[in-house]
Design a protein around this ligand. Structure first.
Ligand SMILES: [Zn+2]
Length: 247
């Protein structure tokens, strides 16, 4: 099975979408001892796991990137391009100071730089520990009426490829929400399309062409996701998804 884990923040006030720095370090240390982290498309050994972080908050660069280097782990970072600045001189403490709900308000993404910058994304990409996914341009629900799907899905890919000088092969559906048009467009332009769903995958094909992710935010213990009960629940969900898609 291929577990793909979804995380968001570190040390945020938004507790359901965050882990503490100490919890994340213990969790990543455990993963480094038991698993081999892979990027989308990599050959899957039996102990493969794919780690994904959504939204490219600056706390990823500040807290997680150093841990990836320390424990020799790989992670996929999903970037909503509208919020990404080229570079910033704003100090780290200010960039980490916003409450979660303030991050997307007005011009805060410019005045506080709470997201990674393109310079930081390039540095992480170059390190070999991080690959970048598109997470749309505006981080909106793609199933809403009136959304310019081609712009959000293909436009974001073109922006990232131009800015970062690499191929962008993964798309992470914002909020895990989509309709048939959004899904087929994402599958047309990206080999790997990710959503939420608390199910395990068998391989990079995912379940019905979408790669499911299990929730790694708000961990109660470093090994919570790997316990027997959780693993059974994730496998059961996979089975339900497969049965649902055969009809
Ligand atoms: Zn997101």
């Amino acid at each position: 099975m291929l577990p793909v884990v979804m995380y968001h923040h570190i040390n945020s006030d938004d507790l359901p979408l965050s882990n503490s720095e100490t919890m994340m370090e213990s969790h990543l240390k455990l993963i480094s001892e038991r698993y081999t982290t892979v990027f989308p498309g990599h050959t899957l050994l039996p102990n493969a796991i794919c780690l994904t972080f959504d939204d490219a908050y600056f706390d990823f660069y500040h807290y997680v990137f150093p841990l990836l280097k320390k424990y020799n782990l790989k992670a996929l970072l999903a970037v909503p391009t509208a919020y990404i600045l080229e570079d910033t001189l704003i100090e780290a403490s200010k960039r980490l100071s916003l409450k979660h709900h303030e991050i997307y308000e007005g011009d805060n993404y410019k005045t506080y730089a709470p997201f990674c910058t393109y310079n930081e994304l390039r540095e992480m990409l170059k390190s070999g520990y991080v690959v970048i996914a598109s997470h749309s341009i505006n981080h909106i629900n793609l199933s809403d009426a009136g959304v310019n799907l081609k712009q959000e899905i293909l436009g974001s890919k073109m922006i990232l490829e131009e800015k970062l000088g690499c191929r962008i092969e993964s798309f992470v559906l914002p909020y895990g929400k989509y309709n048939a048009d959004a899904l087929s467009l994402a599958q047309e332009y990206y080999p790997y399309v990710f959503r939420i769903g608390n199910a395990l995958n068998f391989d990079w094909e995912g379940l019905g062409g979408v790669i499911y992710r299990i929730k790694g935010d708000a961990l109660k213990s470093p090994h919570e996701l790997f316990g027997f009960r959780k693993q059974i629940a994730f496998r059961f969900k996979s089975l339900i998804k497969i049965l649902g898609s055969i009809r």
